[in-house]
Design a protein around this ligand. Sequence first.
Ligand code: ADP
Ligand code: MG
Length: 210
Amino acid sequence: MSTFDSPAFRRFVETFADRLHERRDELTQLDSAIGDADHGINMDRGFSAVRGKLDELAAADLGGFSKGVGMTLISTVGGASGPLYGTFFLRLATSFGDRASATPDELGEALRAGLDGVRQRGKAELDDKTMVDAMSPGVDAYEAASADGMGAALAAAATAAAAGRDRITPLVARKGRASYLGERAANHQDPGATSTTILFESLRDAVAES
Ligand code: ADP
Ligand code: MG
């Protein structure tokens, strides 16, 4: 597939919602080690709400659809991750605008805008041990491979996000609740970097299906 359209976006959102639901306990378990044991619950709550409105949301253009996802996350998810993922989808929405579909380059621009929004909102830098450490290499890898087509770029992005997730496991956190733990946060996998990896894997698989 050479363009990303509303049906592809819907498959992505549904796949991400399914996987967050299936892996809810795993994400919450990770957050119980270095946070407050709610990341799986938070993400599942938000994406269950999105799922409940999918027919309505998917009727819009790409920008309207993504904006609806972002607004739903912001209004239903407490904690750090709700506003951060909400901002990600709102920035995607601004970048997509009223397009019915996006080319590989346009999808790359939208993902880059989403990452920039998360960085601005949460003020996390690389190596702070957050979702940014999976999202940033994911977007970089997408851009580096986008000339090979959307499927190849998304495959590269998912692999890079997973590598980012694993790379920061030994680190001490400098942002979010895990930062309160100091050295005790070292050698634990970050829950937000894990859900961001699931996001990129869902995007890859949703596009590969089409
Ligand atoms: P909370 O920490 O409020 O309980 P969640 O448990 O849902 O929220 O999400 C925790 C995840 O959010 C962390 O694992 C981390 O990846 C991410 N996170 C926390 N603070 C920030 C931040 N300032 N910027 C980017 N990501 C962050
Ligand atoms: Mg938490």
